[in-house]
Design a protein around this ligand. Structure first.
Ligand code: FEO
Length: 393
């Protein structure tokens, strides 16, 4: 339990040991489920709860603060890592009402079976007085679910933003103490869940422009006491600008594709292009997702397995397609033994990317001189394409 400002406490849980979120997303640095208690001179509000596995931590923090009555529990987002403790909180504080928007209310009823009469619904921009503190609700949909909202605490100039501006990072510091570390965690989180919704996030950022924000308090990771740092990072990530970078995500069974990747990556580096290479059987998909945020070009390397791509390559293509990065160019390199539909299958999985598909390079068996020449040509073409869109130095 830590204090942000007088009568505003962080009462959530630090999950140091979490290593996988949603059975999908690696959490190399753990995470936190932030919940904030705001005490006005008339009413008390709890903003978000915590993951159900950490309910006891939240309840103990409330006991330590001597909280006997909660008037409102603001639910910014129905996903269970923030709402999962709601049933327990409502059972211990039976007078509390759940304050949320109509869409989130429906989801909370579906997910947690909360009774209809427990809710107070609020519109975008609506205010709720706690006496000497005023909560203003701001809808911020699609960061990454459709119902998410934030709360602006007017008197203290704090924006409670839920997943928006959050980072999966367990830290004993209440606020950001190392911007480089938080940047990495926040970018990873953006890449993994928010990247598909760039345009909606742009709208949400615009909505915040008129607010005087001193602190952004997300529901994962440290509090931003220099909000410009994270707002500027988001502006960069959601911009249409790509960088002179190529992501090469590959898997190889017997070495042919690996030889091609090694040659090709060197050819790109010689041309002054930044390369981010990932081996797909061991990859941290969070790192791959982060690289996709900025790269102008994505190249998938795969051998042929049963006529199609290696399943790890198919998984990478599926993931990239789901994350919808702003990639401008894409292609496939790899190998086959006797026949292959790998290129057609992989490119048909990348339709969300809106990327121009460049000429692929496939070697029959071990790559030969002609294959290496084709890789040189592909590297030339990528450089030319990057020049065309004005991103080379
Ligand atoms: Fe942190 Fe979308 O929940």
């Amino acid at each position: 339990m830590r204090q942000l400002k007088p009568n505003i406490h962080a009462v959530g849980a630090i999950d140091w040991d979490a290593r996988l979120f949603d059975r999908l997303i690696p959490l190399p640095d753990g995470t936190s489920y932030n919940s904030y208690l705001v005490r006005g001179n008339e009413k008390v509000a709890l903003l978000d709860t915590v993951d159900p596995a950490m309910t006891e931590v939240l309840l103990e923090n409330l006991v330590r603060l001597g909280i006997n009555k909660i008037d409102y529990v603001v639910a910014h987002h129905a996903e269970q890592d923030h709402s999962g403790s709601l049933p327990d909180v409502l059972s211990i504080y039976p007078d509390a009402k759940v304050v949320t928007n109509p869409k989130c209310k429906g989801m909370l009823i579906d997910l947690l079976d909360i009774e209809e009469d427990k809710f107070i619904t609020v519109e975008d921009g609506q205010r709720l007085s706690l006496g000497d503190k005023t909560l203003q609700f701001i809808y911020t949909p699609w960061v990454h679910w459709p119902e998410t909202m934030g709360t602006y605490l007017k008197e203290d100039k704090i924006l409670f933003s839920c997943d928006f501006f959050g980072s999966h990072l367990a830290s004993s510091s209440l606020s950001v103490d190392d911007e480089a570390v938080v940047y990495e965690s926040a970018k990873r989180y953006y890449a993994e869940i928010m990247m598909p919704f760039r345009s909606q996030i742009n709208n949400n950022l615009a909505k915040l422009e008129d607010l005087d924000i001193e602190i952004i308090a997300p529901s994962h990771g440290p509090v931003h006491d220099k909000p410009k740092f994270i707002i500027d990072a988001y502006k960069d990530w959601i911009s249409d600008t790509v960088k002179n970078e190529v992501v090469v995500a590959y898997v190889s069974m017997h070495g042919s594709t690996a030889k091609m990747v090694s040659y090709f990556v060197e050819a790109l580096i010689e041309r002054g292009i930044t390369v981010r290479q990932f081996e797909l059987s061991t990859v941290d998909i969070g790192k791959l997702a982060m690289a996709l945020v900025d790269a102008a070009t994505v190249v998938i390397g795969s051998p042929t397995v049963l006529i199609g791509p290696h399943p790890h390559a198919a998984y990478a293509a599926f993931l990239a397609n789901a994350l919808r990065p702003k990639t401008k160019f894409a292609t496939v390199i790899g190998s086959y033994g006797w026949g292959s539909k790998m290129v057609e299958q992989l490119t048909s999985m990348l339709t969300n990317l809106k990327a121009e598909i460049l000429e692929p390079v496939l070697a029959k068996g071990d790559p030969k001189e002609s294959d290496f020449a084709a890789l040189e040509k592909l590297a030339d073409e990528i450089l030319a394409k990057h020049k065309e869109i004005g991103i080379t130095n």
